[in-house]
Design a binder for this molecule. Structure first.
Ligand code: TXA
Ligand code: MG
Length: 341
């Protein structure tokens, strides 16, 4: 298959909508990461998503809606707490787990009776759905297990030859995926931290449980996609956590560098990055605050991979605000976590 990479002009969005209606695959930008979309009600089209990604069908997809008014096409028995969150945060990086509408195929939900739904805050994604007049099932547009794509180039690198169209909408704004919230329990639970922070959710609905994933404990998880290893770069990555993180990262760099390894580091810009660079690291600067770290962390891993580093080192950025989602992704991407609390 020849993949067309196109700018997101109105004409190209219309063309992509026709492809979707005919059972094809279209990668498109959202505010979080690029999605790999198909008509959610077309089982054959949804099957092609799993094949293109190399993703096991046990990992359910998110159904994207163009607005809250479409919610009852995907979900039933919507509890008040879900409506409250949807009204506050949609369009936006929040995914709600709700009882599924019978018309949603079991392939989309991996056999579950619940469905994940969200309204993305991106004009191209919204225009695409409005033009196609369908619900779009879309996971992130990367090969399974690799880091999520935050640019059309990333999608091209992973899926060229496997999808009909990639709509280019530039770099994504948020950079980490949506927050997945299960509202069927009381209190609700965050299954995957993401672009809407715990603090933002708690401001609206009060206490919420954060399900921290256990490395190695992959069975019996409430969200089948919560595999411990995920979102990983090709190079081996080590994450340093705890008070001594900067120091042990620097020590590790020194050892690996003198052993002749090409070492990549993901770091905040400033003194720390400069010092690590002087110590021989290939430094990828992620910006100066959590917003920019989230926006650039996946691109950083891809960049260091493309530079052929043997090893990637990075440190944790805490758990407040977007720090929680960043920690989650770094922990899953890491082959090893050095925790020195
Ligand atoms: O920001 C995002 O959420 C991006 C953009 C494209 O919208 N999408 C995304 O999709 O990250 P994906 O497939 O990579 O991640 C979907 C997550 C997985 O962790 C999956 O297990 C979980 O949502 N999920 C989907 N349906 C579920 C369900 N019924 N119950 C629990 N978790 C579910
Ligand atoms: Mg994904």
């Amino acid at each position: 298959m020849i993949t067309k990479l196109m700018p997101s002009t109105p004409e190209n969005i219309t063309q992509a909508a026709v492809v979707l209606k005919n059972g094809g695959l279209v990668a498109f930008p959202t505010e979080t990461v690029y999605g790999l979309g198909a008509n959610a009600l077309d089982v054959d089209a949804v099957e092609r998503i799993f094949a293109a990604k190399g993703r096991p069908t046990a990992d359910p997809l998110i159904v994207h809606l163009s607005g809250l008014s479409q919610l009852d096409r995907a979900a039933v028995s919507i509890p008040p707490v879900a409506l409250k969150l949807a009204e506050k945060f949609w369009p936006g990086p929040l995914t709600l787990i709700l009882p599924k509408q019978p018309q949603i195929p079991h392939l989309v939900t991996s056999g579950l009776e619940t469905v994940a739904v969200r309204v993305p805050a991106h004009p191209v994604a919204l225009a695409l759905m409005q033009s196609a007049e369908i619900l779009i099932a879309a996971p992130s547009a990367n090969r399974f297990g690799y880091t999520s794509p935050t640019s059309a180039q990333h999608v091209w690198d992973d899926l060229s030859g496997r999808v009909e169209i990639i709509l280019d909408g530039g770099n994504t704004q948020v950079g980490v995926e949506s927050t997945v919230v299960d509202v069927s329990t009381n209190p609700p639970r965050i299954l995957r931290p993401g672009g809407i922070t715990r603090e933002m959710l708690e401001d609206v609905i009060g206490p919420i449980i954060v399900l921290s994933h256990q490395r190695g404990a992959e069975k019996g998880l409430p969200s089948p996609g919560l595999l411990a290893k995920h979102y990983a770069p090709k190079a081996k990555m080590i994450l340093f956590r705890g008070r001594n993180a900067p120091q042990s990262l620097a020590n590790h760099l020194k050892e690996a560098h003198s052993a002749g390894q090409k070492v990549g580091v993901l770091a905040l810009e400033g003194n720390e990055a400069d010092t690590l660079e002087l110590a021989g690291a290939v430094v990828c600067r992620l910006g100066a605050d959590l917003d920019s770290v989230a926006r650039q962390v996946y691109a950083g891993m891809r960049l260091l991979d493309s530079l052929g580093v043997d090893l990637i080192l990075c440190r944790d950025f805490g758990v407040s605000g977007l720090g929680l989602a960043i920690r989650d992704r770094l922990t899953r991407a890491a082959a090893r976590v050095v925790n020195e609390d």
